[in-house]
Design a protein around this ligand. Sequence first.
Ligand code: NAD
Ligand code: SER
Length: 319
Amino acid sequence: MGRILVTGAAGQIGSELVPALRERYGADRVVASDLRMLPAGSPAAEGPFEVVDCVHVSEIEAAVQRHEIDAIYHLAALLSAVAEEQPRVAWNVNMGGLYRVLEVARQHGCAVFLPSSIGAFGPTTPREATPQDTLQRPTTIYGITKVSAELLCDYYHQRFGLDTRGIRLPGLISHVAKPGGGTTDWAVEIFYQAIRYAHYTCFLRADCCLDMMYMPDAIRAMIELMEADPDRLIHRNAFNLSAMHFTPERLAQEIRRHVPDFAIDYDVDPVRQAIADSWPASVDDSAAREEWGWQPRYDIASTTRDMLERLREKLRPAR
Ligand code: NAD
Ligand code: SER
């Protein structure tokens, strides 16, 4: 892997992807970028940084030229819930940003990684063990941009030979940066609230099952896919990826093993519940396993244990 640019690096994924890439390839070979500055003191802030608004092609191109970039991890996007509040902005950033990144990549010979999402599926998709290749008729603007993005990346590979790769991520659980306005944010908030108040009010229904993944697995998947032998990749830009799936009630039960008095109640947000109801409860990731050896390491028990340990440390009052 040569020199890497990460867009949207201040977000939930970028805050952990940038340090992981720097550890693997060298700090000076990974350039973080975002609209906003990285939080001072965060691990991702230790290394090269550029302000890049990905809807401006000149800003992407300047960063690629200045740092002689070979690969772009394009993370900048609006997540499902905020996208639904601002559909026009979501289209502009999620599609306009990707198009400009792909054009710069085409002109400068960069590889491109793009995270798609379980949001790329819709209510007519089979909801259990969702197949790799299936019906995709999403009903959210987020999902529409994600399917279009998968297709656009396929197109740039087939038409221009660009090395584009991507995965469909489930909801991500992490303890470094907070999530940026998605439908699965509850599965992070619940841990903060369990430690602070032993109580959480969930915005999804108790029995709403969704696919989830712990951030270390997601980061490893992104790096492994970009390092995979291209000759083995059939589904380049939209690999289903799975690690675990659970409902809020099931996660609350797991948290209670560590916080015995933990209580959960529900105040369902109809908008986010409707989004969740249109997504798969579990996906079949056998293509990722066969084509590049994907294997998750964290399940609900190990994720819960690690999240609580790390958040207790993070939220401990300074002495
Ligand atoms: P996030 O909301 O935490 O971070 C997105 C970052 O993009 C923010 O730091 C924001 O400042 C930046 N950004 C927004 N508009 C920009 C622009 N015009 N130019 C440059 N930067 C801009 O998101 P995340 O959770 O880190 O997600 C990253 C990617 O992964 C997105 O494409 C998202 O759809 C995908 N994804 C995330 C999850 C998840 O659970 N976090 C699941 C599936 C897919
Ligand atoms: N976690 C993301 C969201 O809820 C899924 O892509 O938007």
